[in-house]
Design a binder for this molecule. Structure first.
Ligand code: NAI
Ligand code: MG
Length: 357
């Protein structure tokens, strides 16, 4: 019996809807070619759902997706709903209860893509950023008092736990160990933030002792932006807090050519809950409905999903198809300086998947 997978597709808002539809088409063609089954259940949760029901997803939403093999996500965010409601109401409302504490963000300059960095065309920039995805600056701890009054106070408290830091460090060291260079950079800000970030550094050093074959170094986050820009070849695997990695990974995506290409995986490494795969970009209101969203970030996220499911050959086949398509400038969407449409890129990737031996 060939294997078969059930995927929860949550397109969300804006171009999320366009790129997830493209991703579902590509995955369906790929499964046919590779000989495994894939079935999608579609959930129309997001800002339109919010406008109708007052919530981003139904109360039993998590129960409805918890037994799926994976979640394939688009983006959330609408011009007329506050971003903190959409983000906390859907994306974080899935990541946090499903304990998807490792957010993995590979960055490479794909064939045919021009990096804004001079002289960087391929092997000079090959990183994986690991983002702590469950606590830290985005733990949601804080509050507002005296709302609207002159003495109003607001706090966002960064919460770091020993268990939370140790598990993300172990995940990052293990990932670094699996890559040829076996090299990890730990991003910190322990010069200015002298409690949680100092503990972060201490735990990094403790966990490093468990991985004697992995070399590692430490960078302050501000200096890290300089190193990423001026010495990209000096980096390989990177681990950073929720906030730091959020920012650094957008920089990484831009340095690799476009935010429309960058993929991510929200992983529950223990497999107690489904993991979630999505492009890193948002709902991009400025191009919604124009048919020009770059679907490559979603396709690359699909390869990460296949790898996670153990379909490594299919993942490699899809990655080859993506690279064949990015190599052709006639198939570049406007974010890459081209004139191709989402449809053209999708059809070309499907062709390449079918034609690949
Ligand atoms: P964004 O990523 O949606 O867009 C930033 C810029 O990049 C825009 O000019 C957009 O046109 C372009 N872009 C993004 N993805 C593209 C693609 N696939 N192809 C071509 N161009 C692309 O970020 P922005 O504008 O800051 O946020 C828009 C909304 O998305 C907000 O509501 C925000 O909260 C939400 N958002 C959601 C995320 C998620 O669901 N994971 C992540 C980031 C933002
Ligand atoms: Mg971000």
């Amino acid at each position: 019996m060939p294997k078969s997978y059930r995927i929860a597709a949550i397109p969300g808002d804006g171009i999320g809807i366009e790129v997830v539809a493209a991703g579902v088409e590509v995955l369906t063609a790929l499964a046919e070619r590779a000989g495994f089954g894939i079935a999608f259940d579609h959930f129309d949760w997001g800002s339109d759902y919010y406008k109708r029901h007052g919530v981003m997803m139904p109360a039993d939403g998590l129960a409805r997706i918890k037994d799926h093999d994976a979640i394939f996500f688009g983006a959330v965010g609408a011009p007329d709903v506050p971003d903190h409601l959409t983000l906390w109401g859907l994306r974080l409302a899935i990541c946090q209860p499903f304990d998807q504490y490792a957010n993995v963000r590979p960055t490479r300059v794909l064939p045919g893509i021009t990096s804004p960095l001079r002289g960087v065309a391929g092997p000079e920039l090959d990183w994986v950023i690991v983002r702590e995805n469950s606590e830290g600056e985005y733990a949601g701890v804080g509050g507002r008092v005296h709302r609207g009054l002159p003495e109003e106070v607001a706090t966002d408290v960064s919460m770091m736990t020993r268990a939370g830091v140790a598990r993300i460090m172990r995940f990052a060291f293990r990932l670094a160990q699996s890559r040829p260079r076996k090299f990890l950079t730990v991003v910190t800000k322990s010069n200015a933030q002298r409690h949680a970030m100092v503990m972060w550094d201490e735990i990094a050093a403790e966990v490093a002792a468990e991985f004697p074959d992995v070399a590692w170094d430490k960078m302050l986050v501000d200096a890290m932006t300089v190193r990423m820009t001026l010495k990209p070849e000096s980096l390989d695997t990177i681990v950073a807090t929720n906030l730091h990695a959020d920012i650094l990974s957008d920089l990484a995506a831009a340095l690799a050519g476009s935010i429309g290409i960058a993929p991510t995986a929200n992983i529950n490494p223990e497999g107690h809950y489904p993991s979630m795969f999505e492009p890193i970009h948002g709902s991009a209101f400025d191009i919604t409905g124009k048919g020009i969203a770059n679907p490559v970030g979603t396709f690359w996220s699909a390869t990460m999903m296949l790898d996670h499911l153990g379909e490594t050959e299919a993942a490699a086949r899809l990655m080859r198809a993506i690279e064949r398509v990015t190599a052709d400038p006639a198939l570049h969407t406007p974010d890459l300086g081209g004139t191709a449409r989402t449809r053209d890129v999708t059809e070309a990737v499907i062709q390449a998947v079918r034609g690949d031996n």
